[in-house]
Design a protein around this ligand. Structure first.
Ligand SMILES: *[C@@H]1O[C@H](CO)[C@@H](O)[C@H](O)[C@H]1NC(C)=O
Ligand SMILES: *[C@@H]1O[C@H](CO)[C@@H](O)[C@H](O)[C@H]1NC(C)=O
Ligand SMILES: *[C@@H]1O[C@H](CO)[C@@H](O)[C@H](O)[C@H]1NC(C)=O
Ligand SMILES: *[C@@H]1O[C@H](CO)[C@@H](O)[C@H](O)[C@H]1NC(C)=O
Ligand SMILES: *[C@@H]1O[C@H](CO)[C@@H](O)[C@H](O)[C@H]1NC(C)=O
Ligand SMILES: *[C@@H]1O[C@H](CO)[C@@H](O)[C@H](O)[C@H]1NC(C)=O
Ligand SMILES: *[C@@H]1O[C@H](CO)[C@@H](O)[C@H](O)[C@H]1NC(C)=O
Length: 588
């Protein structure tokens, strides 16, 4: 063998050895820890770094939140040093190891349906604003967050024709991660015989979009330009995810009856009841058309879209309702795969119906609060920032594909108004991301972070939250912009996986467009702290007269809503079956 050949073979062998490392999970060069809270107020222009330090901090802290929410056996040297291993037996009742994954919100359940939207949203953003993750050195954490979710979803769907949709009952436990009751953590499943078309479909969207991200596929950001993809490619993982996605899509499409998952399995409706499934069928088949180039999926998406009378120009975008996102993704399909014959102008027009209704304040059941928050009657009554930030997400995803630059500007400015509101530009002068500014909300409802163990003393013991829930996006204020920063007030102070993902993508967008610092940086106003309300929840200290007046208004509104119900489309019904996670606790 010539020395040259020998060297060559050695190099090949080395590369072959390195290959699995290259393809495996991305490792951070240095461990990111949230910086001191006061740094959120320091202008990034004082730094020589071209990457905006403040948006990087928000993005980094917001991803750190997911680590706080982790379940199961944690890695060695885990960066959240106050978290412990927990719930090792999750899934054992159905023969699966579902100990990993994320706790859903301020409590300890694991919910598949909202998790699928989180993965879809992060992957979608990672294929458009990926440079934001790369530049802020957060790609490794995007990768680890996605893998924790994806590995859990893969296990939850690993038995043929079955999927776990929820772990946990509505028994309320308030305490740390060492004493989580294990006797009320049943696994609820859907099957081919008893399907949940929505969850099968939503999970197919999650796995397909993540598969595209791991394959390094960009999504268009305009009619002529692709977005940037976060650098976390892993071809093998991508293939594995896509195979499962196609299986799940087949379950959504072919198992009968097609129905929402709370019809298939008793015991889940209290947590995340679903409104509809047609939106999931369209979104997942569109992602599959993008990922595979298979015309069958594009045809199915368009046919299902048409038979369900989409576009639907009203209704929130959130973990449940994705109708408004379908024409946006179809527009991206028409640009990315022109040979599929999907009409760009049709889906632009359709996308803009919903977006314009919001920007032009024409959407029924919505209004803008005096302080500027976009508010959905019903959907915004708990977690008001969730519909607002999700709408901002879709505006930023779509805006450069708009039919005119005026619309692009309008969508961007609407989205930025909602981001600003969440980050301090509101009558409370409160930053609704925890631990990033002196004006941040301080009492998120989080059993993990609070340090308390007695639900009766939830607001007062301990006086100060034991752990900082970095950049946890709290529920948000009420329709008068009032915010009561107390843990019992779950409608306003609870954190959840799915408000977080919208803000993460928005921060990545801001990084890729060199936006100026977040609103809170340099903020001089004092935070308004409303008086403690012993009953828990907003509206503290109302007189009896005011309460009667409110009761009368509520009755009139309820009657009005019921009368209007017949005219509504199905999407709206969801607001009547709100999340009721803490109903039990509130009654006690
Ligand atoms: C983790 O365990 C430590 C030591 O027992 C405890 O102090 C801490 O509160 C636990 N963390 C949570 C979130 O319960
Ligand atoms: C966008 O990305 C796709 C897929 O990688 C590629 O085929 C296409 O040429 C790109 N388009 C532009 C305008 O760069
Ligand atoms: C490919 O991915 C699967 C599932 O994640 C894993 O079990 C397998 O070891 C991977 N193969 C390689 C060559 O990395
Ligand atoms: C396209 O997808 C359909 C449905 O999954 C499948 O039956 C068909 O074989 C696929 N076609 C190609 C060319 O892969
Ligand atoms: C932080 O805010 C509180 C009120 O929310 C105020 O009392 C305190 O002075 C502020 N700290 C600084 C350093 O401005
Ligand atoms: C943002 O700033 C960088 C560095 O100055 C520059 O290269 C890039 O073009 C800017 N991007 C935008 C969208 O303004
Ligand atoms: C934030 O920065 C502004 C402007 O530099 C300053 O006036 C204000 O006092 C700072 N707030 C805090 C809490 O440090």
């Amino acid at each position: 063998m010539t020395p040259f050949k020998h060297t060559f073979i050695t190099i090949i062998a080395l590369v072959a050895q390195l290959l699995p490392c290259i393809q495996a999970q991305v490792q951070p060069t240095t461990t990111y820890q949230p910086p001191p809270i006061a740094s959120g107020n320091v202008s990034s222009s004082s730094s020589s770094n071209k990457v905006n330090a403040r948006w990087s901090q928000l993005l980094g802290n917001a991803l750190y939140f997911y680590d706080i929410q982790r379940s199961g056996t944690l890695p060695n040297n885990f960066r959240v040093d106050w978290r412990n291993n927990s719930v090792p037996n999750d899934g054992s009742d159905v023969g699966l190891d579902l100990s990993g994954g994320f706790f859903d919100a301020g409590n300890y359940i694991k919910a598949t349906f909202p998790l699928c939207w989180v993965v879809t949203q992060l992957s979608w953003g990672g294929m458009m604003f990926g440079k934001g993750f790369d530049d802020s050195q957060q790609t490794a954490y995007l990768d680890s967050t996605l893998r924790v979710a994806l590995d859990w979803l893969m296990t939850a769907s690993s038995k043929q024709d079955e999927m776990v949709v929820l772990i946990g009952s509505d028994d309320f436990y308030w305490g740390g991660d060492q004493n989580i009751p294990t006797n009320d953590r049943p696994s609820y499943t859907i099957t081919r015989e008893k399907p949940g078309t929505d969850v099968f479909g939503s999970c197919a969207s999650a796995l397909t979009s993540a598969s595209m991200l791991y394959a390094g596929t960009p999504l268009p950001i305009s009619t002529t330009q692709n977005g940037t993809v976060a650098s976390l490619q892993d071809a093998n993982y991508s293939t594995t995810l896509l195979q499962r996605a196609e299986t799940l899509f087949d379950l959504a499409q072919s198992s009968t009856p097609q129905q929402v998952y709370q019809k298939a399995t008793k015991g889940v409706a209290w947590a995340y009841p679903s409104t509809d499934y047609a939106d999931e069928l369209v979104l997942s088949s569109t992602f599959l058309a993008l990922a595979t180039g298979n015309q069958t999926y594009a045809d199915y998406a368009q046919k299902t879209y048409a038979t369900n009378q989409f576009p639907f120009p009203n209704g929130a975008l959130n973990w449940d309702q994705h109708t408004s996102a379908t024409p946006v993704l179809l527009t991206q399909l028409s640009i990315a795969r022109p040979s599929m014959g999907v009409s760009m102008s049709k889906y632009q027009t359709d996308s803009e119906k919903w977006l314009d209704n919001i920007v032009n304040k024409n959407m029924p059941q919505t209004f803008t609060t005096p302080g500027g928050l976009f508010y959905f009657d019903g959907d915004s009554d708990s977690a008001s920032l969730n519909p607002s930030l999700n709408a901002a997400f879709l505006m930023m995803v779509y805006r450069r594909m708009a039919s005119s630059t005026t619309k692009d500007r309008g969508y961007r400015s609407f989205a930025e108004s909602q981001i600003d509101y969440a980050l301090g530009k509101n009558p409370m002068n409160t930053v609704y991301a925890v631990g990033i500014h002196n004006n941040s909300a301080e009492n998120p409802q989080s059993a993990l972070a609070s340090g308390g163990t007695n639900p009766k003393l939830i607001d007062t013991v301990p006086a100060q939250e034991a752990h900082v829930l970095y950049s946890g996006i709290v529920g948000g204020p009420d329709q008068n912009d009032n915010y009561y920063d107390q843990r019992s007030n779950w409608e306003q102070t609870e954190v959840a996986l799915d408000s977080q993902s919208a803000m993460i993508v928005l921060a990545a967008h801001q990084l890729t467009t060199n936006a100026s610092d977040p609103f809170y940086t340099g903020m001089t106003e004092e935070r308004v702290i409303l008086p403690y309300d012993a009953d828990g929840g907003g509206g503290g200290g109302l007189s009896t007269g005011a309460q009667i007046a409110i009761a009368v208004v509520v009755i009139v509104v309820v009657l009005g809503l019921l009368a209007g119900l017949a005219f509504w489309q199905r999407e709206r019904l969801r607001s009547l079956i709100r999340r009721r996670r803490f109903e039990k606790y509130e009654k006690s």
